[in-house]
Design a binder for this molecule. Structure first.
Ligand code: NAD
Length: 351
């Protein structure tokens, strides 16, 4: 099996690459532009593995993508490259439109051209998996779950750009018979998560005795999934899912943001105690514009059709994650110094 993973130097992409290279034994080409969110240190575990190689390339660069496909000859493409941070999309959407929409279009066209040249069994076996988010569905009220048939209703420039990319992929499947699948997953957490996102930001700010900014009153609900469970789901969907279908991925772990932040504080109170409770650092800040109230995934289709189950429950996963950040300062220190140097960090604490 020869798999191109776009965005493989990012948070979820690197978990997927580790799974494919070390557990599945696939031949993997990681194709990544290495934006601020891409980091070769995320791939340290596969460095030197004969079945992994890395190519620095932009998915918007058609010539580079065509050449990568022609020389690597993949039979699968797992597409994760994206601009992924909602707050950044609100202050500047251009990169989101370029990578998430135009980049996905460019990649799709390159992949369709490459697939068109395959023959027989190779053509039959080819798969393109587009990795997306539950944020395309917009916001839920107090009850109900997102299913694969929930209408799209994105709220942020990020989710609108991902929605556009999902529509492109589905249209390519319907119009050209292109063998694609789409997955829409809830919020991920775990090791190697970039320090601008809610969970790592909370852990690292708390360790440093800095304020823990929480949007609004902290009541917004997200449905958390451990990143390694997502990685396994993606390979399963690409391997056994029905072409032109969408699969929702989620771990049935709904938590309000304030519950998540308080939970991290309680773990740190035991693992890295201060002379005051970490929760004293919590600081409520003005809400994000267009902030969706609640996301929650119904993963029944993935569970019943493909037999997937999330293995990590939130309590053990978050404890493992906090432990990982405590043990891996070499990984986060350079990123955090950069984030502090260049960003209004207080406004970046969001899921
Ligand atoms: P991330 O920001 O950590 O990583 C994105 C990666 O894409 C980085 O390595 C970056 O260098 C690369 N990249 C960005 N623009 C590129 C370009 N033009 N060409 C090539 N590479 C480029 O993101 P993530 O959290 O790992 O998310 C990965 C994918 O999963 C995204 O498509 C995202 O929309 C989706 N997703 C994320 C979550 C989540 O909770 N993080 C949940 C559901 C779906």
């Amino acid at each position: 099996m020869r798999i191109v993973v776009t965005g493989g130097a990012g948070f979820i992409g690197s978990a997927l690459v580790r799974h494919l290279v070390l557990d599945v034994g696939a031949e993997v080409l990681t194709l990544d532009k290495l934006t601020y969110a891409g980091n070769l240190a995320n791939l340290a575990a596969v460095e030197g593995q004969a079945n992994h190689r890395f190519l620095r390339a932009d998915i918007c660069d058609a010539a580079a993508v065509n050449e990568a496909f022609d020389s690597f000859r993949p039979n699968r493409i797992y597409h994760l490259a994206a601009e992924s941070h909602v707050d950044r999309s609100i202050t500047g959407a251009a990169d989101f439109i370029a990578t998430n929409i135009v980049g996905t279009f460019t990649l799709l066209e390159a992949a369709r051209h490459y697939w068109g040249q395959l023959e027989g069994a190779a053509k039959e076996a080819f798969r393109f998996l587009h990795v997306s988010t539950d944020e395309v569905y917009g916001s839920l009220g107090a009850t109900g779950l997102f299913t694969e048939t929930t209408p799209y209703d994105p709220s942020s420039p990020y989710s609108a750009s991902k929605a556009a990319s999902d529509h492109l992929v589905v249209a390519w499947a319907r119009t050209y018979g292109f063998p694609a699948l789409v997955s829409n997953c809830s919020n991920n957490y775990g090791p190697f998560h970039f320090p601008e996102k809610l969970i790592p930001l909370t852990i690292l700010n708390a360790l440093h005795g800095r304020k823990l900014p929480v949007y609004g009153n902290g009541s917004n609900i997200r449905d958390w999934l451990y990143v390694e469970d997502h990685a396994r789901a993606l390979h399963l969907i690409a391997s056994r899912g029905q072409l032109a279908e969408t699969y929702n991925v989620g771990g049935r772990n709904e938590r309000s943001n304030i519950e998540v932040v308080r939970g991290i504080c309680a773990i740190l109170d035991t693992l890295a105690p201060k002379d005051f409770p970490h929760s004293d650092l919590i600081s409520f800040v003005a809400d994000r514009p267009g902030h969706d109230a609640r996301y929650a995934i119904d993963a029944t289709k993935l569970e019943t059709e493909l037999g997937w189950r999330a293995q990590e429950d939130f309590e053990s996963g978050i404890r493992k994650t906090v432990r990982w950040y405590l043990d891996n300062e070499d990984w986060w220190r350079p990123l955090r110094d950069k984030v502090y140097a260049g960003e209004r960090l207080g406004l970046l604490a969001s899921a």
